[in-house]
Design a binder for this molecule. Sequence first.
Ligand SMILES: Nc1nc2c(ncn2[C@@H]2O[C@H](COP(=O)(O)OP(=O)(O)OP(=O)(O)O)[C@@H](O)[C@H]2O)c(=O)[nH]1
Ligand SMILES: [Mg+2]
Length: 346
Amino acid sequence: MTKIGLVGAPRSGKTTVFGAITAATVDTKYKATQANLSSVKVQDDRIDALSQLYSTKKKTYATVSFMDIPGSTSGSTFDRTTLNNMRNVDALCQVLRAFSSDSHAQSPNFLQELLDFEAEIILADLELVERRITTIKKERGDIRHLELLQKLYETLENSHPLRMLSLNESEKKELSCYQFLSSKPVLLVINVDEDGIASQCPNEIAVEAKKRGLGTIVLSAEIEMDIARMPQDDQKEFLESLGLLKSAKDRFIQSAFALLDLVSMITAGEDECRAWPIQRDSKAVHAAGKIHSDIERGFIRAEVIACHDLLEQGSESKCRTSGLLRVEGKNYLVQDGDVINFRFNV
Ligand SMILES: Nc1nc2c(ncn2[C@@H]2O[C@H](COP(=O)(O)OP(=O)(O)OP(=O)(O)O)[C@@H](O)[C@H]2O)c(=O)[nH]1
Ligand SMILES: [Mg+2]
């Protein structure tokens, strides 16, 4: 399951954003010491439509899990628990305070928060790389690996995140065990005052985000947390009155999927209609492994119909006769919304 960690300066609104996305009940009065955890379903109209078509017993949406990570301070180094929590997520979401409130002594300085956080994650990675280099030298370990780490060291020492370093597939694989922070995708949440809720990302943040390849989303966490807790029907009306088309959760997930380059593969039948988040351009054989390793191992072929074709035609057999059902091999690159039936040997 995709895991996203909410991080940011003290009192920037991490826990409130967590509440706005997950609708969980949270306490924002005191400084939290424990991480909040919750997973949310990714609303998908295609799953609803397909489950009607097949009169399905069970619908399964993709899920994303969120962790509100406390203790990520600005200006000082992270403690061990915070570091471990951050290393274990697929993407970091940095909450930037752009709201003003009486409980905050200083006015918002979100650009500085962004730069401070980047400096901190670069420093954390630099310390890790330094320690590994020292150990490998002492133990006269793998020289090739040492050279790769030295390349990372240079990048970090020049204050660049590892995200900016271009690495080939085998180098990426070799480094995946380290879970470097500055190589993770980052989504910036600009937490604005209520009257800025429908506004664009502030220009200075948009510029820096573009330079670094980061995603951005504008929220007003406090009011959006209140909306998330309303009954579904009231939510829509409220969002519209604020000039929004979608809830914080839906906007957030859309941005996170785009940032992580995730698409949805679908399996559909009478028993279950289900969305599977997979990396864009995954080969069919690897996508099959998401469902079960046996399917990947015994892969014969994939029978593929684009979801919109299936819904338009109304049945698999109609798609088959009109040539819209394709038979694809192991190396087929799965597209968003492909409804796939895998054939495999057991
Ligand atoms: N006006 C306004 N206040 C907000 C908003 N989001 C959060 N706050 C307030 O800011 C304070 C801090 O919010 P939290 O969500 O606890 O922030 P945090 O980053 O989790 O804080 P720590 O865990 O203590 O670092 C609380 O008093 C919130 O009510 C917002 O969108 N607008
Ligand atoms: Mg908090």
